[in-house]
Design a protein. Structure first.
Length: 180
């Protein structure tokens, strides 16, 4: 498994952190895997045709996201936008999630283009963000947020894995206890 680089920002207790933390969930590299070298029949996923394109969907991610549900407000943070609800819910056994809108600004290979809409959506709230393309700008943004922020990078060949889920649950639980 690739090493996880995590940014965990603790801030002053005076900040308003109402409700459960938000968990911003990317799709490509988190749920839809790519870049693996195994032949398709040994790929760590199930291939699905979505909008005419084959996607390698990690079927284990549905269980992992359902484990996170009681601890977070899950929201799609992906260039897929509403298509994540249209195509992934029945595959992963999830309920419809809110969607952060990016206005067609998706840029493959980085995540910094998501910062402004995620910041607006999560203003005043604790935030964890799962993405395979977190870059230096994302880490700087997380460090400067006044609310607690956890960035969880994924390896796009493996997606969201159990150790990351455990880390997220622990972080959400600690943040809730600290609010106490």
């Amino acid at each position: 498994m690739a090493a996880m680089a995590i940014v965990n920002v603790a801030v002053s207790p005076a900040a308003d952190h109402q409700g459960p933390p938000i968990l911003a969930v990317d799709v490509d590299g988190v749920i839809s895997l790519f870049g693996f070298e195994e032949p398709p029949e040994r790929a760590p996923c199930q291939f699905q045709l979505i909008d005419g394109m084959a996607h390698c969907i990690s079927m284990e991610v549905g269980d992992r996201l359902r484990r996170l549900g009681p601890h977070f407000e899950l929201v799609w943070a992906t260039g897929w936008e509403e298509r994540a609800n249209d195509y992934l819910l029945h595959l992963l056994g999830l309920e419809r999630l809110p969607v952060i809108r990016f206005g067609g600004e998706a840029k493959f290979g980085s995540a910094h283009w998501k910062l402004e809409p995620i910041a607006a959506y999560a203003a005043g709230r604790r935030l964890a963000w799962i993405d395979d393309s977190l870059d230096d700008e994302c880490h700087e943004w997380a460090r400067s947020r006044p609310e607690p922020t956890l960035l969880v990078p994924t390896d796009p060949t493996r997606g969201l894995e159990d150790p990351q889920v455990d880390l997220l649950i622990e972080w959400a639980s600690e943040a809730t206890r600290a609010r106490g």
